[in-house]
Design a protein around this ligand. Structure first.
Ligand code: TYM
Length: 333
């Protein structure tokens, strides 16, 4: 039995990196797998959130899933906080996770930055354990994510393995990362060495799934590039991070390879290429944006979808949590 679990944090708007690196792949995978897609609102709490904005973002991420093509009938779509077993399993797994494993997590170090460790939140540190709980609670076998989640997934596999060894049984499947396509790490439009991210101060560094056509075009026009025309080989892109990123985005949106993209655009100046890229991005993203707006106009409908999803996820989670309690020696009373 192959089961997919994946999720996105409802912090600010989703962007093109989230779409090309993950969401678009989820849409394709729902035909071949049993799929569970979560809005990981508890993970969002690891950084300060405004309550009203968080509520809106939870609904907006749900709307983005559906607008991008996830079918809430075939797949389970739900909010993490509505299934309490995520938090329970997270505690249990945290008692099977050595601190040394968490100390290796680069995202924790990046997010804490230069601030004093004393002021960093415990939740941020424990974040990858909650992520492992998300996946293992459903005994998921596959986890489609972008490149930046690779290390967290390795930790999930390590925790699953440690649990299985400790209780001497193959209880959790070791979840396989699915890092698919060319756009597994979409970079900032302002700096080709930084990943496109919700937390970047500059809104011009990313294309949000909520941006309208004009804003998408302006952001692409202002994207940083170099003065050379576009090359005809992939090797020539290696030292041109911004050009490389725009070619990757074009290829992913057009559904062709990077080499095919170069064959079409080699020799062009960026002014021309950016116009074509903006047209393509608008053509692909505008229908999703329009559908998101339509869904967001009826929050009650979104809440209903999340409630139904929570019931379905909750049933599966409760069954697995009972099994876990049996395995570790807690009473099921
Ligand atoms: P999050 O919310 O940061 O990102 C959601 C998904 O988008 C991918 N992604 C990108 N892909 C390509 N280029 C980018 N610039 C880019 N930025 C983000 C991420 O890799 C991710 O797939 N910890 C997770 C959420 C999570 C989760 C889980 C995922 C919690 N529990 C269980 C899978 C399974 C996160 O913060 O994703």
């Amino acid at each position: 039995m192959n089961r997919i679990f994946s999720g996105m944090q409802p912090t600010r708007q989703l962007h093109l990196g989230n779409y090309l690196g993950a969401l678009r792949n989820w849409v394709a995978l729902q035909d071949g797998f049993e799929c569970i897609f979560c809005v990981v609102d508890l993970h969002a709490l690891t950084l300060p959130q405004d309550p009203a904005a968080l509520r809106r973002n939870i609904r907006e991420v749900t709307a983005a899933y559906i607008a991008a093509g996830i079918d809430p009938e075939r797949c389970i779509i739900f909010a993490q906080s509505s299934v309490a077993a995520h938090s329970e399993l997270s505690w249990i797994l945290s008692c099977h996770t050595p601190l040394g494993w968490l100390n290796r997590m680069t995202q924790f170090k990046d997010k804490v930055g230069k601030k004093a460790l004393e002021n960093a939140m415990l939740g941020l540190y424990a974040y990858p354990v909650l992520m492992a709980a998300d996946i293992l609670l459903y005994k998921a076998t596959h986890v489609p994510v972008g490149e930046d989640q690779k290390q967290h997934l390795e930790l999930s596999r390590d925790i699953a393995g440690a649990f299985n060894r400790h209780y001497d049984r193959a209880f959790f499947p070791l979840p396989e990362p699915q890092i698919l396509g060319d756009a597994t790490r979409v970079m900032s439009l302002r700096d080709g060495s930084k990943k496109m991210s919700k937390s970047d101060e500059s809104d011009y560094s990313r294309i949000n799934m909520t941006d309208d056509a004009d804003l998408i075009a302006v952001k692409i026009r202002k994207a940083r590039t170099d003065p050379e025309p576009l090359p005809d080989t992939l090797e020539a892109l290696v030292k041109r991070a911004e050009a490389d990123n725009l070619i990757t985005i074009y290829a992913a949106l057009a559904g062709i390879s990077r080499a095919e993209t170069l064959a079409q655009v080699a020799g062009q100046q960026f002014s021309q290429f950016k116009k074509d890229l903006a047209d393509l991005a608008v053509a692909k993203l505008s229908p999703i944006n329009a559908e998101m707006n339509r869904l967001m106009a009826d929050p009650a409908e979104i809440d209903l979808i999340l409630r139904r999803g929570a019931e379905r996820a909750g049933t599966m989670a409760a069954g697995h949590l009972d099994e876990i309690k049996d395995v570790i020696g807690l009473l099921r009373l």
